[in-house]
Design a protein around this ligand. Structure first.
Ligand SMILES: C[S@@+](CC[C@H](N)C(=O)[O-])C[C@H]1O[C@@H](n2cnc3c(N)ncnc32)[C@H](O)[C@@H]1O
Length: 268
């Protein structure tokens, strides 16, 4: 049965996408994300390393999208979370549907963004997207795919992103990279974070295979200047980020040392 959450009228409301398959509240995944949000992410905001990583990722995504799509283009931010990327997309002049299955995150985004005509919020599960085919100029999905527990479901999500794009539309995706730092720390490629949230780390070749239905314009590593010196970066300001962006190339170095993988692809 599809469950609907009813919000008190005095609270900000987050509309469901019409006909959306809202996740069953009994199911664990979105509850784990709600909990992780409460326990961890508010604390993370003050963390220099996380601030640095998020800025590099946000800039990398928006920079490419600005070259791929005009201002006013319709963008789906799938798994928007607290909306750090969503708000950067709005600042760049895109119209955004920000979608997540975790209501607390959508509410936090709504409170932070305020009433913005170019933003619509939707509570839905990316594994069951009810949106019309070919209705977006771009789909942005940052650090979400790797949290979907089954490989088949992750593949189905990518296929649904492809269907949602208009011909010529752009997909910008970031996922955990099973790169040098992960391996050196001895962290497994797949497992549970201490919040209970599932993760699957991709290799570049695996991600390339999964994106076979799209034209891949770029597949590179993101966030290279970590982990040891990041505390210096806030002081160095944009310079460090500029150097980091300079390393964003499909080279073995970038693919091996980037904390994340970024895929920039187009529907033909
Ligand atoms: C690590 S956060 C990334 C948030 C955001 N994309 C960003 O870059 O700041 C992962 C987000 O994906 C959402 N998410 C995970 N699985 C989802 C699913 N099946 N459907 C909708 N949202 C999902 C979580 O609720 C969480 O907000």
């Amino acid at each position: 049965m599809v469950a609907h959450r009813v919000l008190a009228p005095s609270k900000p409301t987050v509309p469901h996408v019409s006909g959306a398959a809202v996740p069953d509240p009994e199911a664990g995944d979105h509850q784990r994300f709600e909990r992780a949000f409460r326990e961890r992410e508010l604390g993370f905001r003050g963390d220099a390393r996380v601030r640095y990583e998020r800025a590099v990722e946000r800039e990398a995504v928006v920079y490419r999208l600005q070259r791929a799509a005009p201002r006013g283009a319709a963008v789906l931010d799938a798994g928007c979370g607290l909306g750090a990327v969503t708000r950067a997309l709005l600042r760049a002049g895109f119209r955004v549907i920000a979608l997540d299955f975790a209501l607390a995150r959508l509410r936090a985004l709504q409170a932070a963004a305020g009433p913005v005509a170019a933003l619509a919020l939707a509570q839905a599960d990316v594994t069951r997207l009810p949106l019309a085919p070919a209705s977006f100029d771009a789909v942005v999905c940052t650090q979400v795919l790797e949290h979907i527990p089954a490989a088949a479901a992750r593949r189905a999500v990518l296929a649904s992103f492809c269907r949602l794009l208009r011909p010529g539309g752009t997909l910008l995706l970031t996922v955990y990279n099973f790169s040098g730092p992960w391996r050196r720390r001895g962290q497994p490629a797949e497992g549970l974070h201490d919040t209970g949230v599932f993760y699957h780390c991709y290799t570049a070749s695996e991600l390339e295979r999964e994106l076979a239905g799209l034209d891949i314009l770029e597949l590179c590593g993101l966030i290279h200047l970590l982990p040891r010196t990041y505390r210096l970066f806030p002081r160095l300001g944009p310079l460090a980020r500029t150097i980091d962006h300079g390393l964003e190339r499909p080279t073995p170095l970038s693919l091996r040392w980037g904390n994340l993988l970024l895929a920039y692809a187009r529907r033909s």
